[in-house]
Structure formats: structure tokens, C-alpha cells
Design a protein around this ligand. Structure first.
Ligand code: PLP
Length: 376
């Protein structure tokens, strides 16, 4: 936790749960990415945390933006960053929304099938499109699975179709899976990308861009490599597969840009057991899956949790949220170690919560307010 966050919590006590996010960390992360991949354009994945203060800061620093909806596009335009800095990166778009984005000035669109290319040719004529290719997500704690992308052979046909319909076949994209711990995860996708470049070049279509997606991890309980290691590995793979004809590249970090910048202050509502013999306590917090910690689904993301009693002896417990829904359990298959002296009413600090929390919170499930967010 940063001194600025510590200071904020002390000076402005208020009801928990609340997310507090330090913009200085976001700015440091931005520059770390820019240094690690100096020839790569940065498109912040807005969905990770769309707080206007974050978008303003990144816009001021020169970032571009990966948007998934008209709502996100409008948030970015409100910063004053022009539409030229926006990629409409969702492969699943209503034709109406493509048309609205085009009217707002957006000229860069993701596709992963011919049907989507046809929509773009009608609603955003002449625009640049890039085709997303499938990636297995191995090594990622939050894989993005088969929902997005097509195989390499289909990508060739999709981009050829785009070219035939008067669009600019601009390049390829992939996402190696979010919270990707393997710095070499980009290699296979870049190898496949190079074959698609070659195949289209033989058909007279010159692609120019590879979108390397997100996947850069935040530091949760498990330790992960730093951004420079990712930058080096990606650059080596680019050279290996593209030789001295390197394409333009972009990255779309979401989690890696904001994950470690925020923490959630929460409170212990109840500590109990299911029977006198039960050795494992149940600890219920005032935040759970519906309050913003949705990424604990399948216990995928394990947040570091700090208490004021961390010097005391610890024991495993089941950790759960406050709602009356049985899925609202954070950690049970792998119980969480917390101090035995932890008591009802104690404050806990859940770290590295800057990404995928504030907008994952439900509107008012069970009458619990959406997660409050303070960007400082
Ligand atoms: C979610 C998303 C990202 C961000 O992924 P992270 O793993 O959070 O960095 C990037 N690009 C696209 C297309 C996405 O959908």
C-alpha cells in the first residue's frame, strides 16, 4: 500500500467497502510499459478500470485506448483524446454501434469472422480492421478462452474479404490470457501471425500491424515477472519470427496498468464455525463476488489481504462475502490463512484491486451499494 493511500484512509474515514486507487502508480506503470516496449503503442484496455481520472491521466501521457463499447468510447473522448487514439477492440459489435463509432471518428476495428467484416464494410467504410486469432491462454490465471478469435487460416480469408470490401486489412491481434505468468506466451502467437502475414503478402495484401493484447500480470499472492522481462521476451519473439521486417506493434494492458494501483478497505462482519468440532473458521467480509471481487470465481485470482494483526499466528479459514447467495464465497477449495486473533469488526485491506473490481460490482444485489471508488 502506498503512503498516499495510507494517508487518505486515515484522513477520510468512511464506511467500507471502498476502493482507493493511487494515480501515481498508474503513471509509473505507464512509463514502465513505454520503457519496456519503446517502439510499441500503448492502448489502455478501458474495461480494467474506466475511472475518468485514470483515463485523463493516461490521455495526458499520450496513451491510446482499447474500447469495447460506445460507452467506453465516449468516456475516452471526454478526456479530449481524439478518436484517432481509439481502437474498437471488441469482436462482437452491433452494426448500429459500429456506425456510431464511425460517426464519432473511430477508424480502427477488431474482427474475427467474415460476418463482422461485412458489418464494418457497411457501417464504417474504408476503416482499418485487424483480425483476432485464437490463443489457448495456457499459463494465464484468467484465460479468455475460445470466445474470441479464429484460426490462422480463417484469419487469412477474413482479412482478404476485408480488403475486397474496401476496408484496410491492417493486421492481427491476439490475447494470451489475462494474468499471464509466462513471459514466453507471446511466442507461439507471433509465429502464427508471421505465417498469416506471409500468406496474405502472397495474395498481394500487405499487413502492417500486430496487436499483442494484454495479459501483463499484477502482483497478487503469487510472484510474477516484471514488465521489462515481458518486453525483452516479446521483442525477441518478434525478431525471431519477423526478422528484419518488424511490423508496427501495439499492446493493450489493462490489469498490468492499474491492478497494483488500488486497494479495497473492507470489514469483518462475522466469524463463525459450522459445528463445535469444525477446525476451519468462516470469515465473512462486507465485500464479496457481487461487491467487486468477481475474479475470485473458481478462486482464479488470489488477492493479498492485510490485517492489523498480521504479526499474530495464522490459521486457514473459508473467506466469504456478505450476500445471501451461496456462490458468494471467495476462497474455500484453497482456504486462506488469516490471523487467529482476527475479530468481528476488524478492518482488512485487500491489495492489488485496481483492475476488474469497481465495474464488476453489482448495482445493488441484496441491497448492497456498488463499490465506492476514490481515485487520488
Ligand atoms: C480485456 C482485454 C485486454 C486487457 O487484458 P489484461 O489482461 O487486463 O491486460 C486487452 N485487450 C482486449 C481485447 C481485452 O478484451
Amino acid at each position: 500500500m502506498t503512503d498516499r493511500i495510507k494517508d487518505f484512509l486515515r484522513r477520510f474515514p468512511s464506511e467500507s467497502p471502498r476502493l482507493v486507487l493511487d494515480l501515481d502508480i498508474v503513471e509509473q506503470n505507464y512509463h514502465a510499459f513505454a520503457r519496456a516496449l519503446p517502439d510499441t503503442r500503448l492502448y489502455y484496455a478501458v474495461k480494467a478500470n474506466p475511472a475518468p481520472e485514470i483515463l485523463d491521466l493516461l490521455a495526458r501521457n499520450g496513451s491510446s485506448f482499447d474500447c469495447a463499447s460506445i460507452g467506453e468510447i465516449e468516456l475516452v473522448l471526454a478526456t479530449g483524446a481524439g478518436a484517432g487514439r481509439i481502437s474498437f477492440g471488441n469482436t462482437i459489435k452491433k452494426e448500429r454501434d459500429i456506425g456510431r463509432a464511425f460517426d464519432l471518428g473511430v477508424r480502427l476495428f477488431a474482427v474475427d469472422c467474415v460476418e463482422e467484416v461485412e458489418k464494418i464494410a457497411r457501417a464504417a467504410p474504408g476503416s482499418n480492421v485487424f483480425c483476432r486469432i485464437l490463443c489457448d491462454g495456457d499459463g494465464a490465471d484468467w484465460p479468455l478462452s475460445r470466445k474470441f478469435g479464429c484460426d490462422a487460416q480463417m484469419a487469412v480469408d477474413v482479412l482478404q474479404k476485408a480488403h475486397q470490401l474496401g476496408l484496410v486489412a491492417h493486421g492481427l491481434s491476439f490475447h494470451v490470457g489475462s494474468q499471464q505468468a509466462n513471459i514466453n506466451a507471446w511466442d507461439q502467437a507471433l509465429k502464427v501471425s508471421a505465417t498469416v502475414f506471409d500468406e496474405l503478402s502472397m495474395r498481394g495484401i500487405a499487413l502492417s500491424m500486430v496487436n499483442l493484447g494484454g495479459g501483463f500480470p499484477a502482483q497478487y499472492l503469487k510472484s510474477v515477472p516484471g514488465v521489462p522481462a515481458y518486453g525483452d521476451a516479446i521483442f525477441r519473439s518478434l525478431c525471431r519470427h519477423f526478422g528484419n521486417r518488424l511490423p508496427q506493434t501495439i499492446i493493450e494492458p489493462g490489469r498490468g496498468m492499474v491492478g497494483n494501483a488500488g486497494m479495497i478497505e473492507a470489514e469483518v462482519v462475522l466469524i463463525s464455525k459450522k459445528s463445535e468440532q469444525d477446525s476451519v473458521r468462516w470469515v465473512y467480509l462486507d465485500i464479496g463476488k457481487f461487491g467487486g471481487l468477481a475474479e475470485t470465481m473458481d478462486e482464479a485470482i488470489r488477492y493479498p489481504i492485510k490485517t492489523d494483526r498480521d504479526g499474530d499466528e495464522k490459521a486457514p479459514c473459508v473467506l466469504a462475502g456478505p450476500t445471501c447467495d451461496s456462490v458468494d464465497v471467495l476462497y474455500e477449495k484453497t482456504p486462506y490463512e488469516l490471523p487467529i486473533s482476527l475479530s468481528i469488526g476488524d478492518r482488512v485491506l485487500i491489495e492489488a484491486c485496481g483492475a476488474y473490481t469497481s465495474t464488476y460490482a453489482s448495482v445493488s444485489f441484496n441491497g448492497f451499494e456498488p463499490l465506492q471508488s476514490h481515485v487520488i
